[in-house]
Ligand binder design. Structure first.
Ligand code: ATP
Ligand code: MG
Length: 508
């Protein structure tokens, strides 16, 4: 039986008149104007429901005693939550509802999960992201509606004749450029919307539920190593949910560490690696797979086909930053080639951010820590963890290094535990030293865009189209912006965008 979340995305429109000024919400289950399904199915039209039923995603909806909850994604530490709220709730939405009835909006300070949530309660529309905004959440308020969606493209245009908030200011959110009145809820934030007696458009106030730690912990190296192994192990186990996940494995330390942890629980673990004819990391991944005895698959994607995945990557991530797209595109290409049925996927994505793994050449620990602090305060809005990246192919992905408890620890460890004995990501490497082949835990970092050759493939395609070498970087930016305008702002289906035409346009 599949244990994937019943809902991975939603789009809900609430009439402003349905938000009572008084303190009680009269809405009952069937009246909730809900259009909530797997995001891939409804919003981008390219995926399937992760449950394979294509249905209304009832598991993501819970209503009781004047409170309605819509939850896309999943919660971790469920048993502790159920005990705290004294509930025997069986779905995550029911559990959130029970906890909300106990704690109110402060519940979002307690949750460790991968979710976006909408709560209608006591005259309020409550919008909440998890600590990392790992399921992005968008909102537009007008004089007639509050529209909420986990994908911007569903709300790209305001409803006809609606008066859109012209101030561009909605507490707890940031405006989305190019889409009038559209806002993205910030990471680790609850935006509480209320109808006001004076303003036509509902107003918001914000509650922060998580911020990246800015202090650092001194710890005995042995204790730090044990703590990292322990928290990561818990994060992996909670994400298995009783079934064999598919781990996307590069052979780098981040994904190999997860392969070791999964293999300790689930044998054989399933691992898959992708490469192109330009570059691959197959040998490194194979070494890990055979050491751990995983059921391993290799997928080679022709370089030109990889570039044709760009519209899907932009449509899924809803961003136009070419550097981030270079990281995400190989994964989207891989997810779209995984055979069905819908899978639970684990990735090692994101470990480098709290551990400073991309910055082995910086001179001092002070500089390393500054970079980590800066990266942790600028990740929001990059959508690197969006479930739509795999959702476009019907799969549910999650990222144990960005589990809230793992992340809190990794960020807070003092930088001398991250760079030590001439190794980057030392504390992680040391935690896995006895579980992986020596060549793996000592292996230097290679980014996914390098391992798959994507960075050179995109540049090469532009040069072949006639773009002068010194303008390749700006041509990438332009291409990414054009794709964003097309598949996000105009809602063109990704499979109708001709990447070869776009490349040619760059020359003109
Ligand atoms: P390292 O950072 O040390 O190279 P890593 O390769 O595991 O470790 P990243 O390079 O940051 O991590 O890549 C992010 C994640 O993307 C990986 O942990 C892995 O889950 C996935 N990934 C990267 N490259 C591939 C690949 N070629 N095939 C399958 N999955 C990959
Ligand atoms: Mg790598």
């Amino acid at each position: 039986m599949s244990t994937l979340p019943s809902l991975i995305g939603f789009c809900v429109r609430i009439g402003t008149e349905d938000i009572p000024l008084a303190a009680h919400l009269a809405v009952a289950g069937p009246r909730l104007p809900l259009q909530a399904r797997a995001a891939g199915t409804v919003l981008s039209g390219t995926g399937v429901s992760p449950q394979g039923n294509g249905a209304e995603g009832r598991g993501g909806l819970a209503v009781d005693d004047g409170v309605a909850v819509v939850l896309a994604g999943e919660l971790y530490h469920r048993d502790a939550l159920a005990a705290a709220a004294a509930t025997s709730a069986c779905t995550d939405a029911e559990l959130l509802l029970a906890c909300y009835q106990c704690y109110g909006p402060a519940v979002f300070r307690i949750l460790n999960g991968r979710f976006a949530a909408l709560v209608l309660a006591a005259g309020q529309v409550v919008l909440a992201t998890d600590h990392a905004s790992s399921v992005p959440l968008y909102v537009r308020t007008t004089d007639r509606t509050v529209e909420v969606s986990t994908e911007a493209k569903a709300l790209a245009r305001p409803p006809d004749n609606a008066v859109v908030d012209g101030h561009g200011d909605l507490a707890g959110t940031v405006p989305v450029a190019g889409s009038p009145g559209l806002h993205r809820v910030r990471a680790g934030t609850v935006a509480l919307l209320e109808r006001s007696a004076t303003a036509r458009i509902p107003v918001a106030r914000a509650v922060r539920t998580w911020t990246p730690p800015v202090s650092r912990i001194m710890m005995e190296p042995d204790r730090a190593v044990a703590a990292v192994a322990d928290r990561l192990d818990i994060a992996v186990r909670t994400r298995l949910a009783g079934e064999a996940p598919t781990l996307v494995l590069s052979g780098g330390i981040d994904s190999s560490a997860l392969a070791a942890l999964v293999s300790a629980v689930q044998t054989p673990a399933r691992t898959v690696s992708m490469g192109t004819e330009v570059a691959d990391e197959f040998e490194a991944a194979r070494a890990v797979a055979s050491h751990l005895g995983t059921e391993h698959t290799e997928l080679t994607v022709p370089a030109r086909d990889l570039l044709r995945e760009l519209p899907f990557a932009v449509a899924a991530a809803e961003i136009h930053d070419p550097d981030v797209l270079e990281y995400l595109l190989p994964l989207v290409a891989l997810y779209r080639r995984l055979p069905g049925p819908s899978r639970r996927i684990l990735t090692g994505y994101g470990a480098d951010i709290p551990l400073g793994g991309m910055h082995r050449t910086v001179a001092s620990l002070a500089e390393l820590d500054e970079i980590i602090a800066d990266d942790m305060s600028t990740f929001d809005g990059l959508n690197e963890f969006s479930p739509v990246l795999s959702g476009v192919a019907g799969h549910w992905s999650s990222h144990p290094y960005w589990d809230r408890d793992v992340l809190d620890l990794l960020v807070a460890l003092e930088p001398g535990l991250k760079r030590r004995d001439g190794l980057d990501k030392w504390v992680l490497r040391a935690a896995m030293a006895d579980r992986l082949p020596m060549q793996t835990w000592q292996r230097r970092k290679l980014g996914i865009h390098e391992g798959s050759g994507l960075n050179s493939i995109w540049s090469q395609a532009l040069r072949e189209a006639g773009v002068p070498p010194d303008t390749v970087a700006s041509a990438k930016r332009t291409m990414a912006r054009q794709l964003y305008a097309s598949v996000v702002l105009s809602g063109t289906p990704a499979d109708q965008v001709d990447v070869d035409m776009l490349l040619m346009r760059e020359v003109g």
